[in-house]
Ligand binder design. Structure first.
Ligand SMILES: *[C@@H]1O[C@H](CO)[C@@H](O)[C@H](O)[C@H]1NC(C)=O
Ligand SMILES: *[C@@H]1O[C@H](CO)[C@@H](O)[C@H](O)[C@H]1NC(C)=O
Ligand SMILES: *[C@@H]1O[C@H](CO)[C@@H](O)[C@H](O)[C@H]1NC(C)=O
Ligand SMILES: *[C@@H]1O[C@H](CO)[C@@H](O)[C@H](O)[C@H]1NC(C)=O
Ligand SMILES: [Zn+2]
Length: 433
């Protein structure tokens, strides 16, 4: 009789204890993006801190960004888990093909009409489920979504230097105090390097190696800061990026592409964004669609697509914003419209299948495995992983947790204890009877 009672009591405890221990287990999440960090940038530089992260956490050999290997489109896929055709942030520049409006990247960061197209980014979904979130310079963080702002937002000023190491550390200190003193659950932190150096000097320049060493020191600083703020057992960290970088091919090595040699842009196109690296868009004048397509098809070192004929894997065909014609240059070629104005030595925007466009994924913290190298996966699968880590219900998305779940520690161990206790008691009861 007495044992029976005990049994019932234990069963009740094990049921009620379950949600409690689960809530206590919710860890915080820091997502860091180092813009334009190509997947192999750590392989020709000494990076002791990144190396240590492999032992202390997980590393994917590389990850694949969505098609439109550009900063805003790719970051927004990471934070929404949606393909570019659904979230509609189809360029770094905001544009309107009807009015010919073109807004440069930094000015788009507070233009909600560019970002807010239905799919909700993780910040908002998490906030709607009671969590506190912040965006530190992260693309998309400065907009409102269905009228809602991210709880705390910092935006870069116009002439913000990308490579100030002192400021990088200060930013980490700020984020750590948001977690430890103000109980934020999710913070996304963005750095403009190594993209900036990659464009200006090219991925093979010694300065690119220098900035990777600076990033490595910053990661070392982050690890110390986590300990100092006593967040080791409660903070998960994901370090990733938006795309890679490739060396721009120039004369005399190649003939640079000048599109006006193949078609009279003024006569045939009513809207264009060319002269923006390897990715170009244009709207043919009415009735000129086929003529534009045929002319561009004859140009060497590029591929031209009609929007509705995009390969399925691009996940772009459904976009309403993209103009009818998209041009993707072969790796390393630039799309110049009328003459060569282009000064970059490195660029991205090329096909996401190119190895040079692949980027990094590292993670560590209480919920991640240790010393685990994962197969490559698409960056879209980071979203369901982040929802799982934050224990929130994801918004509709295109990722799949099965692609990233294996990075996490196994099953819910906490709930096993009452069950085994129950079994012991059950056994005891039978033995005594
Ligand atoms: C977001 O909404 C708030 C409150 O309505 C408003 O003050 C702010 O200007 C909006 N920000 C953007 C970027 O639209
Ligand atoms: C770098 O950042 C620190 C801290 O914000 C600031 O004091 C310093 O002036 C900055 N240096 C440069 C060269 O901008
Ligand atoms: C670029 O196109 C030209 C003309 O078709 C071709 O000869 C050349 O091999 C191409 N260059 C590269 C690097 O693919
Ligand atoms: C992406 O997800 C959205 C929302 O669930 C869905 O409507 C869309 O069909 C998905 N796209 C693909 C290619 O599966
Ligand atoms: Zn970028």
């Amino acid at each position: 009789m007495r044992f029976e009672l005990l049994l019932v009591v234990t069963a009740v405890i094990s049921i009620t204890a379950k949600p409690q221990s689960k809530a206590a287990q919710r860890n915080k999440l820091l997502l860091i993006s180092f813009d334009g960090f190509r997947w192999d940038y750590d392989q020709d530089v000494d990076t002791p801190n990144l190396d240590q992260l492999v032992l202390d956490g997980v590393k994917a050999k590389y990850i694949t960004p969505p098609m439109l290997t550009m900063t805003s489109p790719s970051h927004f896929t990471t934070i929404t888990g949606r393909w570019v055709e659904d979230h509609e942030v189809v360029h770094n520049m905001m544009f309107d093909t009807k009015t010919n409006l073109k807004v440069p990247h930094k000015k788009t960061l507070t233009r909600s009409e560019w970002w807010d197209n239905g799919p909700l980014p993780l910040w908002i979904t998490a906030q709607n489920q009671g969590l506190k979130t912040a965006s530190f310079f992260f693309p998309g963080g400065g907009a409102n979504y269905s009228g809602q702002a991210v709880n705390r937002v910092l935006l870069e000023d116009f002439n913000h230097p990308d490579d100030n190491e002192t400021e990088w550390r200060e930013n980490i200190d700020k984020v750590m105090s948001w977690f430890s003193e103000e109980d934020f659950h999710l913070v996304t932190l963005y750095y403009g390097e190594p993209d900036n150096v990659g464009h200006a000097k090219g991925p093979d320049h010694p300065d690119r190696k220098k900035i990777i060493m600076q990033i490595d020191r910053t990661i070392g600083y982050l690890r110390e800061a986590i300990v100092r703020h006593q967040l080791t057992d409660t903070l998960n960290v994901i370090i990733t990026s938006d795309h890679g970088m490739t060396t721009v091919k120039k004369r005399p090595q190649v003939d640079e592409i000048i599109l006006n040699k193949y078609l009279n842009l003024l006569k045939l196109a009513s809207f264009e964004i060319l002269d923006y690296g390897g990715f170009g868009i244009l709207t043919p004048r009415p009735g000129k669609e086929q003529e534009v397509f045929d002319a561009l098809s004859k140009a060497p070192n590029l591929t031209v697509w009609k929007k509705e004929e995009f390969p399925e894997s691009f996940h772009l065909a459904k976009s309403k914003r993209l103009p009818p014609i998209v041009v993707v240059a072969d790796l390393g070629f630039n799309l110049n419209s009328r003459f060569i104005v282009y000064v970059n030595k490195g660029d991205h925007g090329y096909h996401s299948g190119e190895m040079d466009m692949k980027t990094i994924f590292r993670a560590f913290g209480p919920d991640f495995k240790k010393n685990f190298i994962s197969d490559p996966f698409d960056s879209i699968h980071i979203y369901p992983l982040m929802c799982k880590l934050l224990q929130i219900e994801p918004a509709p998305h295109n990722g799949s947790l099965s692609a990233t779940e294996n990075l996490l520690n196994g099953g819910p161990q906490m709930t096993c204890l009452p069950v085994s206790l129950l079994l012991v008691l059950l056994l005891l009861r039978f033995t005594l009877l």
